[in-house]
Design a protein around this ligand. Structure first.
Ligand SMILES: [Zn+2]
Ligand SMILES: [Zn+2]
Length: 276
């Protein structure tokens, strides 16, 4: 099991994929482990078994944070809560989400059962909008409104040792790049090819523009829609960054199981799908 044994923050890509089925990629889900706290960013289909497959202690997750309620980001939330109930969880769980997260959970409870809201353990539901901050121990979770849906948010997970940010689904969003500044690691969606046929997802050029504004040590590309090739998207991002004179970021096409370790000012990748 991966632990932040020497300090720092450990990122594990649990689901690097999209809405479409894939033999190798689950839908969006990313695990962040700080010294003392474990946070799951999105809980798309495949997250539940993906956590177990990666040797991550799913029982020990303190916070589940949802960027928006599209099914490829929340599909395994009810199964995860069912597993906690069945397992006899007693430790508190914080569920962070967009502003309508309480209504969303109430609908899930109507569909599946009262246990969604009352599984026998303390459940703290925290709606967040742009600019909001929620503190858990020595971790600050900040939200920024993105262009993807009316309530979609990006997250910054800030720990004194490192900051990891996640765009969720976004599309070009004014101010997002500046808001990401200071992150050691940025997990970014890169759903569409250039030129994008909608403005609610990012393409490689859009990702490059975002990264040029925040220059993290490592950028992890996720959420590439089949049949597009994440490695070729990565090459386009790198070429675009170079053309902008902003090539200080190591760009990785994330796989399920990619692990990144961050500490102040730097980050390393354990199993890169391609390096530079
Ligand atoms: Zn979405
Ligand atoms: Zn999505």
């Amino acid at each position: 099991m991966t632990t932040p044994d020497e300090g720092g923050v450990v990122v594990t890509i649990v689901g690097s994929g999209s809405l479409l089925p894939s033999a190798a990629r689950g839908s969006a889900s990313h695990h962040i482990e700080t010294p003392g706290r474990r946070i799951l960013l999105d809980c798309g289909s495949g997250a539940l078994h993906g956590l177990a497959r990666r040797g991550i202690d799913w029982r020990a997750i303190d916070v589940v944070a949802l960027t928006h309620r599209h099914i490829d980001h929340v599909g395994d939330l009810a199964p995860l809560l069912a597993a906690y109930r069945y397992d006899g969880r007693t430790r508190p769980l914080t569920l962070v989400g967009p502003e309508d997260v309480r209504a969303f959970l109430a609908r899930l409870a109507r569909a599946h059962g009262r246990w969604v809201l009352d599984g026998g353990y303390p459940l703290d539901v925290v709606p967040m909008g742009g600019g909001d901050v929620h503190r858990v121990g020595d971790v600050r979770i900040r939200a920024f409104s993105t262009a993807h849906t009316e309530q979609s948010i990006a997250f910054r997970v800030e720990h004194p040792q490192a900051t990891v940010a996640y765009t969720g689904d976004t599309g070009p969003t004014h101010g997002l790049g500046g808001w990401l500044l200071g992150s050691e690691v940025v997990i970014t969606e890169c759903a569409l090819p250039d030129p994008p046929n909608m403005d609610t997802h990012l393409s490689p050029l859009g990702v490059a523009k975002l990264l040029a504004e925040c220059t993290p040590s490592v950028a992890l590309l996720t959420h590439v829609y089949p049949p597009h090739d994440p490695e070729s998207f990565r090459e386009t991002v790198i070429d675009s960054l170079r053309a902008m004179g902003a090539d200080g970021t190591r760009v990785i096409a994330a796989h399920d199981g990619t692990i990144c370790r961050a500490r102040a000012g730097s980050a390393t990748v354990d199993r890169p799908s391609g390096g530079r």
